[in-house]
Design a protein around this ligand. Structure first.
Ligand SMILES: Nc1ncnc2c1ncn2[C@@H]1O[C@H](COP(=O)(O)OP(=O)(O)O)[C@@H](O)[C@H]1O
Ligand SMILES: [Mg+2]
Length: 381
């Protein structure tokens, strides 16, 4: 089985590392200036030069049997054309829907799945009215596209902050349409108890598996660590999470791995956003589940039976190793292997805040895992 992946980051790396033992082979498509160190040695890399047709891309990638993506901000017209040469999963139309927050929220709302109240506004449209319609401050404004890890987001608690956003909006609108931001959603800021995510996979003949929901901790919009299962999550909330992911997979005819990020507020579970791909909050599955999210994504897109998602008992933790300020953290921090954690290193050049690798930890209970996180924090600063 030859798999072509659009993108050359750590998710492509981990997909390829999961597929090689099963005899899969990979090729990767890189944007003109995309770093490719993550996929070094894992298969040929094709550099897109802007002049290549879809056929050129397909042939240069070695005529793969199936094509997939590692990120949602891909060129959907190219994906649609690639679909004339081989299957593309997830389908270009679901990637198109999810890559824009307005379309994404419409899709979720149309399935009757709860979200934070939201409105969309464009260009110079007044935002005050939209804010009033969702019940006033506090709100979060997000660009409908090009947002990830908290980029292009504004938390607005009062009219002074809104004024500051309005000034920034003017600057953004002055940039050419291709570079600037011209559409936003405004959503009610949720006072949540915690954030959880649920990950599932579906094959084209409708088989579905789901992983145990985990609790996620973010700092400045970036995932820092996850705990699986989400501690003391009620059966009611676990069931809601399972219901949301299975409906999203089934109703959209999805093929591959899908991740859903949610806010827990009392007994309410609100969907925050979807990711049409393997997800950082599922990295624990590499060591903590019978089959990793990466293997199950490949199984799904190759129409193979899905593997068990059973988690390995006890508590599983995932800790992201984010680039710090000093420059020598591009070297492999192999001391963590000696400490009984499972290190996954992405071979990147360090930059502050950049995801360089992660550690998976298998613990007896939450206290033990908490102790491991504390120790990691003191060593990785
Ligand atoms: N409506 C909201 N209410 C409260 N917090 C929010 C809201 N939207 C986003 N956040 C916070 O910001 C983080 C990043 O937002 P998200 O929409 O997931 O964007 P990204 O694409 O950057 O992950 C969330 O994980 C959450 O902590
Ligand atoms: Mg998010």
């Amino acid at each position: 089985m030859k798999v072509g992946i659009l993108g050359c980051g750590q998710l492509s790396r981990m997909l390829a590392l999961a597929g090689w033992p099963m005899g899969f082979r990979f090729s990767f498509l890189a944007d003109p200036d995309e770093p490719v160190r993550c996929v070094e040695g894992l298969g040929p890399v094709v550099r897109q030069d802007g002049l290549m047709t879809a056929r050129d891309v397909y042939v240069a990638m070695g005529s793969p049997d199936v094509i997939t993506v590692e990120r949602e901000s891909v060129c959907v017209p190219l994906l649609r054309q690639l679909k004339t040469f081989c299957p593309v999963y997830p389908d270009p139309e679901i990637v198109w829907a999810i890559q824009n927050r307005h379309r994404e929220k419409t899709l979720v709302a149309d399935l009757g799945i709860p979200l934070s109240p939201w409105e969309v506004f464009r260009e110079h449209e007044p935002v005050q009215e939209a804010i009033a319609r969702i019940g006033g401050f506090p709100v979060v404004i997000k660009s409908t596209e090009d947002g990830y890890d908290g980029h292009n987001q504004w938390v607005i608690d009062n009219s002074e902050q809104l004024e500051a956003f309005e000034k920034e909006r003017e600057t953004l609108l002055q940039k050419p349409a291709s570079k600037g931001i011209h559409e936003w959603i405004v959503e009610k800021k949720i006072v949540f108890d915690r954030e959880i995510s649920v990950i599932g996979a579906r094959t084209s003949n409708g088989n579905i598996v789901m992983y145990t929901s985990g609790e996620n901790h973010h700092n400045k919009g970036i995932l820092v660590h996850s705990v699986i299962p989400a501690p003391d999550l009620s059966e009611l909330l676990h069931n809601k999470a399972r219901d949301y992911i299975s409906r999203l997979l089934q109703e959209t005819g999805y093929v591959g791995v899908l991740a859903v990020e949610c806010f827990v507020a009392g007994n309410e579970l609100l969907v925050n956003e979807l990711a049409p791909r393997v997800h950082n909050s599922g990295h624990w599955t590499m060591d903590g589940a019978a089959t990793s999210q990466f293997e199950n994504h490949l199984r799904a897109i190759a129409s193979l039976p899905l593997g068990s998602t059973a988690h390995q008992g006890g508590v599983v933790g995932m800790y992201n190793l984010l680039g710090q300020k000093h420059s020598d953290d591009s070297r492999v921090p192999d001391q963590f292997i000696a400490q009984g954690t499972y290190l996954h290193w992405y071979n990147k050049i360090s930059r502050p805040g950049r995801k360089l690798g992660h550690l998976n930890i298998l613990a007896e209970n939450e206290e033990e895992l908490g102790g491991s996180f504390e120790s990691l924090k003191s060593q990785w600063t």
